[in-house]
Design a protein around this ligand. Sequence first.
Ligand code: SAM
Length: 164
Amino acid sequence: MELHVRYEGNDDPDKCSARKLARFDLAELHRSTRATPSGVVLNPFAEQALSPADADRKRLVALDCSWETAEREAFDLDGVHRALPFLVAANPINYGTAFQLNTVEAFAGALVILGHREQAEEILSKFSWGHTFLELNEEPLRRYSECADSAEILDVQDDYLADE
Ligand SMILES: C[S@@+](CC[C@H](N)C(=O)[O-])C[C@H]1O[C@@H](n2cnc3c(N)ncnc32)[C@H](O)[C@@H]1O
């Protein structure tokens, strides 16, 4: 699966997970919306949840920016927009926070749901805490990857939201 990032560059560059992925040639950064190819846009405001029904797509696109500027209008990117279901961040900045993943976690969660677990492990391997993301989310990720469509994903997600 190709990984593309609309890179805003308004977050701390030393802590930016997208820049690190690009340094290892694991993702491509794009400095403008026009230059960003169309794909499955990982958008927390999207109406539809990502599900294995999206597995025929070839590209994932994330928007790497500060959470302070990640409002609905910032995601004006070409493609089909999908939100990730309940998953918990493992990165040191937002550890334990549900839904607010950093870029590598969002890609990794999407890759597992779409059946590309090895690629998810490869991108997370570049981060000391990376494997913790898969450990923390092991059960929901397995259950999401067994769903047929986004309606089933939302049913599974309800089990975790009830515990919040
Ligand atoms: C706001 S940026 C923050 C990136 C951070 N600066 C870093 O170093 O990785 C994280 C991006 O991951 C994707 N993302 C995170 N949580 C998501 C969710 N719950 N649903 C869909 N996409 C999500 C979105 O593309 C979002 O813009």
